[in-house]
Design a protein around this ligand. Structure first.
Ligand code: ACO
Length: 319
């Protein structure tokens, strides 16, 4: 089908925050966080911007793909909230890189990277792009309520980039949404209109963890089955699964359902927590750079998140 992954890159904030660091700030413990989620550390933005991080990640991905900024014909950024409400984060990063191409953001929470792949596929098939730069970034530390221990311990900040080139690689994609405005939501910043009569809401992430957990396990399994069927593959054909990193227990439930050997399911949640749409491309980049993937390996990427959205991609590693 339309594209293959030609380059990857990632950039993480310098500041590492451990569970023990958090337990000095709130009523929590390393034991609770580790056993309930698998998270030990996360990175948190201090003086970095999403633009500086995505630009760093994109430079690495472009070098990896042996392309320059001038070769890119489309920039899409997976994010819930960039450095500015407008322009989009894709525009901000393109300006930093000197790219002249259409730019826009995709907000599909943790599934957004794979939603971007679907859009890139459409542009490639329509002959409207040959080289697409897909970015992902999230400053979760600026979106969470730091007084809510049930959510703030789960998330981390980061940025990643993937260069997609026209060619053979993509085998199947699936994408769904079960629209639901209450299970996970972040109110938009209120502004200060003198005419507004609505009560002001804090712009922070709210999540019903139990509802999200149930949705996540079911939809992950459903999306994996659908993407494998669309690619006409069996799970045994897959070299590695790269799941969204929200909770190690959710990943384990899906792994056991398909009876996949542990070493085939890649994770980095322990070091970074949930970086929303950024989790999968950081995982992809780290494992690619570690030489894990061989040319011809089949990879299954699967994500779920607020919306409630979910998506899966099966592709051949053709780099
Ligand atoms: N430290 C210590 N105790 C805590 C903490 C904490 N950080 N957070 C909650 N607790 C307490 C609760 O208050 C509760 O106490 P109680 O029994 O006295 O009331 C107890 O721990 C158990 O809480 P539960 O919510 O039942 O814990 P659970 O085992 O369900 O784990 C969790 C919670 C980790 C949030 C889990 O539900 C989960 O992972 N859900 C899915 C989250 C997810 O996948 N999000 C992804 C999408 S995010 C996006 O799209 C932006």
């Amino acid at each position: 089908m339309s594209f293959y992954i030609a380059g990857t890159g990632s950039a993480l904030p310098r500041k590492k925050v451990s569970n023990d660091d958090l337990s000095k700030m709130m009523d929590t413990s390393d034991e609770w966080i580790r056993t309930r989620t698998g998270i030990r550390n996360r990175r948190v933005i201090t003086d970095e911007t999403l633009t500086s991080l995505t630009a760093d990640a994109a430079h690495i991905a472009l070098r990896d793909a042996q392309l320059s900024a001038q070769d890119i014909d489309l920039v899409i950024c997976a994010t819930m909230r960039g450095d500015t409400v407008t322009p989009s984060q894709a525009c901000l990063t393109a300006a930093a890189l000197g790219i002249q191409a259409p730019c826009f953001d995709v907000n599909a929470a943790c599934s957004a990277m794979l939603y971007c792949f679907e859009i890139a596929d459409s542009f490639m098939r329509a002959d409207k792009a040959k080289n697409v730069l897909v970015l992902a970034c999230e400053a979760m530390s600026k979106q969470i309520d730091w007084s809510d221990r049930a959510t703030c311990v789960l998330f981390g900040d980061g940025a990643a980039a993937v260069v997609l080139r026209k060619g053979e690689g993509l085998l199947s994609q699936t994408m769904v949404c079960a629209p639901n405005p209450t299970t996970i939501y972040t109110p938009a910043p209120d502004g200060d209109s003198p005419f507004s009569t609505a009560e002001k809401q804090k712009s922070a992430l709210h999540m019903d963890g139990t509802e999200t957990y149930k949705f996540a396990v079911n939809v992950m399994i459903g999306q994996m089955e659908a993407a494998l069927a669309a690619a006409e593959l069996d799970v045994a054909d897959i070299a590695y699964v790269l799941p969204h990193q929200a909770n190690i227990r959710i990943i384990e439930a899906a792994r056991k359902r398909f009876n996949i050997p542990e070493e085939k399911v890649l994770t980095n949640i322990s070091e970074y927590g949930n970086m929303s749409a950024t989790s999968i491309p950081v995982l992809l980049d780290e494992n690619a750079k570690a030489g894990k993937f061989r040319k011809g390996d089949k990879l299954l990427l699967v994500a779920f998140g607020a919306g409630m959205t979910a998506a899966a991609t099966v592709l051949t590693w053709n780099k």
